[in-house]
Design a protein around this ligand. Sequence first.
Ligand code: ADP
Length: 612
Amino acid sequence: MNLSIRWKVALGTLLAVTLGLTVGGWLVLRSIEQLELTRLTEALEARTGLAAYSLQGLLRPSSSDSLSLSQERLSRLQTMAQELSRHALARVTVIGPDGRVLADSATPSEAISQLDNHGSRPEVVQALATGRGTDIRLSETTGQRMFYLALSLTAPEGHPVGVARLALPLTALEARVRALHYTLGLAFGVAFAVSVAVSVLLARGLTGPLSDIAAVARKLAGGSLGQRIRTTARDEVGVLAATLNQMADQLEANLHEVSEDRAQLLAMLTSMVEGVMVLDCRGTVLQINPALERMFALRGAETRGRPCAEVIRHHELNAFARQVLETRRNHSGEITLAPSGRTVNVEASVAGGQRENEACVVLVFHDITALRRLEKVRKDFVANVSHELRTPLTSIKGYVEALLDGAKDDPEEAARFLGIILKQSDRLNLILEDLLQLSQIESGQVLFKQDPVRLRTVVDRTLSLIKPLADKKGHTITVSLSPDLPPVLGDDERLGQVMTNLVDNAVKYTPANGSIHIAGQVTDSSGREEVELTVTDTGLGIPDADRPRVFERFYRVDKARSRELGGTGLGLAIVKHIVEGHGGRVWVEGNEPIGSRFVVRLPTASSKNHQV
Ligand code: ADP
């Protein structure tokens, strides 16, 4: 049975009180009964003694008597017995040594002879044997419970002449004992009721604070760490409550610290660009961060508690993780993700956890695709530069050798060769100038001015430079600039360079007698006012696949043609850098039905100022 401590205390107290009351009551009852009986015995003994003394004379046989008592003596005995009975307030019986009843105050004289022989009555047997005998039993004669006391009567010679027996009904005594029972029962009942109330109150007083403590402890265990026990007790319960409160304070502080640490850790993990995965010694995923979820298109909640091999189905990665878990040594490697083709560097650090659910290995995934691409760009760039420089140099060297070999002696040949050498030197110079400019812009050494620039002026200046070339090829150049074209904030000279490169390309890559159109208008791009400049030609056009790449350094759609036309492959890269340096964008579209359309968008001076 699962009893509360309150009930245990209450029932225990009650049991003890009930037991005490019962034992005490029984003892009291027994001793009072005993006392009553002793008092009765004493009273009866005195009266029996006196009766025996009075009867003795009548029982001693005189010389004239025969062995049996005469009828006259018997009737005198009967009278005496009745007389004594009246005075002693008890039944008086005289019994002969043979057990025959000689007189009995409770029986009429004529019925005496019909009474049973009393020789076997316990008190008579005792009295004849020891001189005195007692017994308590139901009287056959009176039908009442009687207390008997018998004394033997002896002749002067010492032999017994009879037994004088006095009997008192126990009715009075029993009535008194019953009354006592009743009183004691009542007292017991009252005491019991009082003890019930007292024990319940006592239990409540004792266990009330304990119940409060238990309730608060349960709430604390349930996570409500703000709960405290309020008690004024200074006893053990008070100490217990204070200790529990202290424990709760400590727990709350520790938990606060732990959750702060956890929050910081989580913030770190969440904000990291690198993917992180924590494995236990069996290779089960304990933790992954959002960056890794993005990298492998995972769902965090579904991955925790599952083996790494199941979470990320990547053969190389799983072999890598297995190796680290087996060797327990830090390791790093590179994997390629399919189908994106991204390159990821994986750094494995052994955290040291030996058991399940303990961090054993931490894997950090670093997406190095951009780095690798940059490396490739750098390598390509070096190769391209070398190649671009080598071509004119080889040509110069070849013609110089030819001159030395004798061509110098032929003035016509020499002049032609020197002309070629000059052209190739110019080309070298051009490439070096473009490269220098590009590297300056890229390295941020060139600070663009922030002056209001009127694009109409820029376009006019460009046209005055390019016009002769265009005319030479028979191109028609048309310009339509919106009259309300606002100025842009920027570097007039650099923006001129952008225009020159674009129009120069249009002239270069458009076969003779083409049309080139320069337009300018204001647009609104996501709430920002911009100026859109377009250079459209009816030239060769750029295939779709090449369009995003023409802004890369040295990228050409047709290398031979570009070189033939004197291009360095750096013009559009410079354009892109200058435009982006002005906070703008540049791209190329196809022109219908043929040709290309280069679009430059620059924020207007007002929208730029507004931004600042
Ligand atoms: P280049 O000095 O070779 O002209 P650019 O960087 O200016 O170098 O241009 C890169 C490549 O883009 C060119 O080689 C050419 O193939 C292509 N291109 C540029 N402008 C045009 C145009 N208007 N029409 C067709 N192709 C063009």
